[in-house]
Design a protein around this ligand. Structure first.
Ligand code: MN
Length: 240
């Protein structure tokens, strides 16, 4: 069995979502061959030093799961793109490129956080390019913690205001971007998160039946992971 999840947006304060994630790692995840985390596991990430202290519980639980033989993969989201090697090594996470093709149950599958395909949102794509530059990240990392906290808060505030203001359609993936992703990668299946629009979309790409699966974001009323077993996808709810 393989589990895929994204967009948990775990805060660095006590939260039922964090408890449910830890319970998942100690429980159902133990049955898996691999767990793929497709970004935005954490709500905010200003650096690994802070992450190692704020999210020590998650690092310990992930590490224990990895040590039990479950492979753990992590792709960066737009909230936790600064998660680095230090935290990844401590937690036993293998960092994946975005996008990346992996064989899931023998079927090549393109995995991504998904924000790259929201290409109608030009302002967001500008921010994305800027924030992913090595120089930007180098400068950010060298700032004092107080300033990094402030900047991360400002970026989140801007993103929340934008979300309230922008038409819903531009915050979804762009159809042409998805078509390009299918044709350039040659896969028949894409799995991503980010848009908070969980669904399974069937598409016809140049006469080939393809599928795009969107993972569910977590909230108090919905904590679910996608399970893949014997070629079948099912959503597993973690609300007891
Ligand atoms: Mn996201």
């Amino acid at each position: 069995m393989i589990f895929l999840l994204s967009d948990l947006h775990l805060p660095n304060t006590p939260s039922s979502l964090r408890d449910r994630f830890l319970a998942f790692l100690a429980g159902p995840a133990r049955e898996a061959e691999a767990v793929y985390i497709l970004g935005d596991l954490f709500e905010v990430w200003i650096g690994d030093a802070e992450g190692l202290s704020d999210h020590a519980a998650e690092a310990d639980a992930l590490r224990a799961l990895r040590d039990s033989g479950v492979k753990l993969y992590f792709q960066h989201g737009n909230r936790d793109f600064l998660l680095g090697r230090r935290y990844a090594e401590r937690a036993g996470l293998e960092l994946l490129a975005d996008p990346v093709v992996v064989a899931l149950d023998g079927s090549p599958t393109l995995l991504s956080h998904g924000d790259r395909w929201c290409s109608d949102d030009l302002a967001y794509q500008r921010w994305r390019r800027f924030s992913r530059k090595p120089l930007t990240q180098f400068i950010f990392r060298s700032l004092p913690k107080r300033l990094r906290v402030q900047l991360a808060g400002a970026a989140r505030g801007q993103s929340d205001r934008d979300k309230a203001r922008k038409p819903a359609a531009i915050m979804d993936v762009n159809g042409d971007a998805i078509r390009d992703a299918f044709t350039s990668s040659g896969v028949r299946r894409i799995i991503h998160g980010h848009t908070h629009r969980p669904a399974r979309h069937r598409l016809d790409i140049d006469g080939v039946a393809c599928e795009r699966i969107v993972l569910a974001d977590w909230r108090a009323s919905r904590c679910e992971v996608l399970a893949l077993r014997d070629g079948q996808f099912t959503a597993l709810s973690l609300l007891a």
